[in-house]
Each structure stands twice: as C-alpha cells, then as structure tokens.
Design a binder for this molecule. Sequence first.
Ligand SMILES: [Zn+2]
Length: 243
Amino acid sequence: MRTIRRAILAVLLFAMLLLVFFAIYAMVRNRPQDLPWTRLDLGQPIGAFTGRKLAGLTDNFAECRALLQAAGVRYTILPTVKSAGKCGYADGLRFVPGGAQRVEFTPARLGVSCPVAAALSMWEWNVLQPAAQKHFGARVERVEHLGSYSCRRLYGRSAGDWSEHATADAIDVAGFRLSDGTHVSVLGDWQGGGEKAAFLRDVRTGGCSLFSTVLSPDYNAAHRDHLHLDQAERGEMGWRACR
Ligand SMILES: [Zn+2]
C-alpha cells in the first residue's frame, strides 16, 4: 500500500515539475502561444496549444469574431441557418477581400463557421505562404475550394454520423493559384514527385496543427481530389485525424 502511494506521489511530482519546466521555458522564450492559459492570438506563430484553442472557439462565436477582427481579417456574418437533422449553423461568416487575409477563396461565395475561418487564416499565414515561397518563390493568391456547408451525413450516406459539412465546420480545398501563374491541384499533382506534390504534402501536414481533422488523397479514394479540413467539436467525432 505504501509503495503504491509513494509511486503515485512520485508520478504527480514529476508531472508538476514537467509543467513548471514547460511554463518557464515558454515564458523565457517569449512564446505565449505555447502556454495553455494564454488568449489565442491568430497573428502569432503556431504554438503547442493553438489547435486546442482554435477548436475551443466552436462554443464561443463572440470570442472567435473578436480574434479575427484583432488579426485584421475582414468578414461579414452570415444569417443563421437551421435545417433538417443536425444541419445548420449560427456562427457562419464569409471573408471580405482587403484585410489581413491575402488569399481569395474561389468561388467567392464561401460560408464557413468562425472557427474554420480562424484556422484558415492561420493556415494561410503560417503554412500556405511559407510553403509557396519555399517551393516556388511565389505567393498563393487563390485557394480553390469545393464548398463548406452541405446538409449531409458522412460520405452522403442515408444514415450514420453527420458530416462536419452539415454545420459548416469543414471545407474541401481542391487547388491553389500562385502569383507566378503556377496552378497546383490535389487531383492532378498529388501523385508523382516534384515541387507541386511536395507543396501539397506540406500544406496538408501543416494544417494538422490547426484543424481537428485533415484528410488527403493518402486517406482514401473519396479524397483524391481535395483536402478535407474540419474543426470538429472535441469529443463529438471522437477522433483527431491527419492523413
Ligand atoms: Zn470534406
């Protein structure tokens, strides 16, 4: 009995020491994004708790809007949609060109939930633009998408779990147009080597620290032509995936 108590105490002590060490490390290096209790700042680099904080915005539309505004992202709020089953959203918005977000989404009529918009902004600044610079020495100007909101269950089945698209908490990205005219498409460029394939893998993997779920052609044939990025509410789907 005494040994068990001692072992538990030792583990607790070790965990506390680890936490203290981690907090001091983050503060010394002036990286508030690595601390669990600091407020999210979309303009900061991606930190150890950024993904968790972004997913937490699912329950706080006002805070999510405030963060976008503070980061200089322009948007309009979409009217609430209520539809059959679990379909609909009350935290939808649309990007307005001219703000801190330099890319345009095409088609322009894109409505996404606020947490997805926040993650997309950070994805552009921390992942898309650096990857485009690295592989092509250019900027991403357009993100081509296949839509966000769609009242459907997973894979369009008639029963089973609802898709994150049913609440606008997901977006399917099909390709990119760069400032030097380069066009990269998931369908055409994922296979084979070269800079385009490397760029696509970089933006897929980079998205994994910002979105709850990222699915690419590596996952299955249903995703051969797009990257599925979603901000699933914690626990609802019961999984966090990056494939
Ligand atoms: Zn999707």
